[in-house]
Design a protein around this ligand. Sequence first.
Ligand SMILES: [Zn+2]
Ligand SMILES: [Zn+2]
Length: 275
Amino acid sequence: MTTKSLVIHPPPTLVTAANTALSNRIVLNDPTLESTWSHRVWVASGCTTVIISLAKSISGAADSHMWLEPIFSGLVGYILADLGSGVYHWGIDNYGGAETPMFGSQIAAFQGHHQWPWTITRRQFANNIHALARAITFTVLPIELIFNDPVLHGFVGVYSGCIMFSQQFHAWAHGTKSKLPPLVVALQEAGILVSRSQHAAHHRPPYNNNYCIVSGVWNAFLDKQKVFEALEMILFFKLGLDPGPGVNPTPTGPKIPKHLQTAIPQNNNDDNKRA
Ligand SMILES: [Zn+2]
Ligand SMILES: [Zn+2]
């Protein structure tokens, strides 16, 4: 018997299934899905920041007996937060990599989310939203120290709150209906939070739509008008930035752009981000 005859090659499908099962086990046991005290501190500071803005808006409205304008600006904040979440999500899904200054970890996490999207449901709450909570703390606190306008704070409080919790809304969009709180399901079905079906489309070919993850109200318009495609063209021709065709986790589908491949962690536990 020759050495060659002893080599047994398992069928490719079995190799794939075994690898997938192993990968899933690694993801489920990954301690980086758990919240740390530093995550919780950042979430507490982000929540405090949002509450200060809302409190300033409410007390200013009470003092001036002017309620309509702050409520209206809060509504505008809610609607524009969905747009903001989409623009941010589109940007980090398609540009840069783990090595990008400031946004590198967010980019790697969002892009990694596309390989094992469901793992976001295993990520603990503070772990999932702490990066946005930290960003909200740094950007919104200065506004609070400088301004007292109740209309401005109606907008800032609701907008920043929706952005901070967008990763939680995103996680719920990956949930199973029977396992989600009934109120969350009701809000998703009412279109107040991004729906499971709408976000599921983001994880299917061609992987370049439904980026918004607050209410999802902007998705139809942005995708129908090809707004992100137009932005990609502008960035490409004006700045020479080359967008990837989106992140496709299936090896048989359209290619994953090279710069995204390097950004996706191989033991992927980073679904933080995408969104
Ligand atoms: Zn994405
Ligand atoms: Zn997702």
